[in-house]
Design a protein around this ligand. Structure first.
Ligand code: MRU
Length: 332
């Protein structure tokens, strides 16, 4: 992704390995500051996943792969490390997929750094493929909508939901993107808008509650990411995704989910079986650390919701664009 670091414009990634340490962009500080953090122990990387220094399902997966790499380099008990890393957050399938991928490679004797680098590189290649397939859906003059951040920050580089937009933009297509702010952590406003701005893609931030209003005025295509996709096509993504899918069905707007195969979890039969992370009340009751809710009011803060497969037009994957009834045959 394009970013300015130390006053210089350069290409960087959400997470990578350098000189024995895991390096990542502190996504909690964007867009006001671009801060890089370095970690030398696997438990520090686990904490960075937990506290959302790094976030977004495929980036969480890559960070988990590098955490396992550090554990192996330092001679830690790999079974314990795998359990520790997997407990960082409950919903994103890529976290579990990446730890199992690394456990298999390490037990086969592969070098820890090349195994983790290979995992991260594969993630980027999958996103590029998602971008190429998804760009075909985008036509000149379209109005698009997305939610949360499923861009380069969320996927090491390139993105899932934002990948088709990057590719269509590189192909010279002109289109406009509504980016919903994504209460309570504002990934849409702070991260997606930042990425679209870096790329020069025309966009506007909208309050989450304005999504159906803008759909009623004319949205041509909605693309979101996913944290876990069950065998029947129900999928978990950032809270507020299901509201958009329901409104899209009402207005007849195509609704696509962009995700790599590592996000599909065929051990989970339906969306009812997906574990939804519940986060701290303060994320809802406070703004910038200042309580604005009445004293004594409780808040509920589910981080994800589950959208039924019946509301999905298609899944944009590295294997092509699939209807919900095709995923078992192609992905499973
Ligand atoms: O809580 P977050 O910021 O990790 O949630 C991220 C999302 O919900 C993304 O849409 C999803 O992980 C897909 S990222 C390509």
């Amino acid at each position: 992704m394009k970013a300015t670091v130390d006053g210089k414009a350069r290409n960087i990634k959400a997470v990578w390995f350098d000189d024995g340490e895991v390096v990542m962009i502190d996504q909690r500080r964007l867009p006001s500051e671009l801060v890089l953090k370095r970690f030398s122990g696997y438990m520090e990387v686990r904490e960075a996943i937990r506290n959302m220094t790094v976030r977004g399902a495929p980036s969480i997966g890559a960070a988990a792969a590098y955490a396992m790499c550090l554990a192996a380099l330092k001679g830690c008990d790999l079974k314990k490390a795998a359990d520790d890393v997997k407990s960082a957050r409950p919903t994103a399938n890529d976290l579990f997929y990446a730890v199992d991928y690394m456990a298999e490679r390490l037990s086969a004797g592969e070098d820890p750094v090349s195994a983790a680098d290979g995992y991260a590189r594969l993630t980027i290649e999958k996103c590029e493929s998602i971008g190429r397939y998804g760009a075909e859906l985008i036509k000149d003059g379209m109005k698009l909508m997305t939610h949360c951040n499923a861009g380069a920050l969320a996927t090491v580089d390139v993105g899932t939901a934002l990948a088709p937009m990057r590719f269509a933009h590189m192909q010279g297509k002109k289109f406009f993107v509504y980016a919903s702010e994504t209460r309570p952590r504002l990934q849409g406003m702070q991260l997606t808008a930042w990425e679209l701005g870096q790329e020069g893609i025309d966009h506007a931030i909208i309050p989450d509650g304005a999504s159906a209003y803008y759909m009623s005025k004319g949205v041509d295509l909605i693309i979101v990411g996913a944290d876990r996709i069950a065998k029947n096509g129900d999928f978990a993504n950032k809270i507020g995704t299901m509201d958009k899918a329901i409104a899209a069905k009402h207005f007849g707007i195509p609704f696509y989910v962009a995700a790599p195969v590592s996000t599909f979890d065929f051990k989970t039969a339906t969306g009812d079986d997906i574990v939804i992370e519940q986060r701290a009340e303060e994320e809802v009751t406070e703004i910038a650390g200042i309580r604005i809710a009445p004293a004594g009011s409780k808040a509920l803060n589910p981080s994800f919701d589950v959208t039924p497969a019946s509301l999905v037009t298609g899944f944009i994957t590295e294997k092509g664009i699939l209807r919900p009834d095709e995923i078992g045959r192609v992905v499973g």
